[in-house]
Design a protein around this ligand. Sequence first.
Ligand code: FAD
Length: 521
Amino acid sequence: MRNETFDLLVIGGGIVGAGVARDAASRGFRTALVERGDFASGTSGKTSRLIHGGLRYLQHYKVGLVRLAVRERDLLVERAPALVHPLPFLIPAYSGGKPGPALLRFGLFLYDVLSRKKLPRRAWLRPAGTKDREPRLRSGGLVGAGVYYDAWTDDARLVLSVLQDAAGLGAEIVNYVEVMDLMREGDRVVGARARDRFDESPFELRAAVVVNATGVWLDRLRTPRPHPTIRPTKGIHIFLPRAKVGNRHALALTTRRDHRIVFVLPWTDLTLVGTTDTDFRGDPDNMTPDTGDVAYLLEAVNDAFPDANVRPEDVVSAYAGLRPLIGRGGRKRPESDISREHALFLDPDGLISVAGGKLTTHRAMADAVVTTAATRLGRRVPSRTEGRDLGPAVRPLEDFMALGFDEPTALHLQSRHPPEQLRRHLTAPAARDRIVEGRPHIWAEADIAVDEEMALTLTDVLVRRLGLFYEAHDQAFDQAPEVAFRMAGLLGWDATRTAREVEEYRALVTAHRAFRVDHGG
Ligand SMILES: Cc1cc2nc3c(=O)[nH]c(=O)nc-3n(C[C@H](O)[C@H](O)[C@H](O)COP(=O)(O)OP(=O)(O)OC[C@H]3O[C@@H](n4cnc5c(N)ncnc54)[C@H](O)[C@@H]3O)c2cc1C
């Protein structure tokens, strides 16, 4: 990267930057991407993990936004079958609740119309049918439920797959490289000054076009302006034991407290619940779920599932993300009113900034960005991402069981690694053993993360590559030293570095458990 002038330099390795790099590489542009932390360590790794049209935006007549998202969802279901999985949702309706059944049924009709094909169509259940499907759902006042389809994904692994495809198409991609500022010649941006986050070495990156895809950090690289481009809102999620909540399917609940939609999603034997949406004015680098956020989600669950009785001490894990929403001017507006659409900002110095949008719409956003860049480069080559497969092909469960895995492990591995990749790592010591009792993650996955997925810290492995931070009861903290020790062998860490990795993970875990301490949990 130091010695080459690129057509396109992308700053930021979230889903948007990843999408831009993939699109640019698909058009044959020499592309580089730098991410200051790990891939998906920003907002893109802290989502509701849905690839969805956003049914609720229909209430605000955002038909164009929903149409785009639904079509991108359908494309991902078709083109990324190992990464994006159809998911049926129940949306219960209660008498006197909002939205009423008539409006809900109309919304579901429109949602289907906007989708070109693919996912099964909507249905309407009477109260008895609803209770058959979700026996532990609150019955008082239940007038029925809509059934509709969206899709789920593992957000951090989706970003990784987009980057892997970009790299396969020739893009140079690196994590733990931070852009400190932009380089200019005259009044034009011609590259960026960066530093390696491990050895602190500075270096320059030169490119004809620079794309700023830094999400909520967007304004740090743009020339100062009177009003911030981004008005971030905070959203948190919690994982709970599914047996405790009692949901069988995915549900979109409307809270009685403030009529917001909260998702209750199955995630193996856990339930993922989210999200909140509150104005955020703090430091985006230091942001964790607080007691009030968690209490809000627990209240929503307990209200919908009266026997659940979930409390802070039941929370397996919690995380918080910031939506990079586009603020319009400096006026104070309610959170729900801020634009969820994406926007491109073309600065006079040539910098292209892009923000907003969703995980779901990243490909379309990237197409728009790179089309603008292509015009600047004088090479109007069309994007090739629409017709391109993403991630591995879906392989039958038997291929994984043939490697000697039991069914839960095979199911877990099926959506993550092709059998050939696993086979390359199965001869390592304890490769087939589980890292944490009760979770299907095996040691070979940690090795793959380091050898083939550019994981460079303990946190990369436990949070984003394997997800044990979310799924294991104690965030796999007891196993963290052992994972660090194994990584040390692969990456040549000395004892000091290994201890530092464990310490950094401990600090992260502690910060994400702070909401419990307030409760004495
Ligand atoms: C709570 C929540 C739930 C959501 N749920 C969904 C969902 O279910 N489905 C959906 O479709 N969308 C969802 N979204 C929206 C979606 O997650 C975001 O729109 C999307 O992830 C934004 O991606 P991004 O690449 O712009 O930002 P980010 O993922 O934040 O990426 C920006 C990257 O830039 C890096 N960076 C910053 N400064 C520098 C620098 N100087 N040098 C190098 N790198 C730098 C950061 O480290 C970061 O990784 C959700 C958002 C939130 C907050």
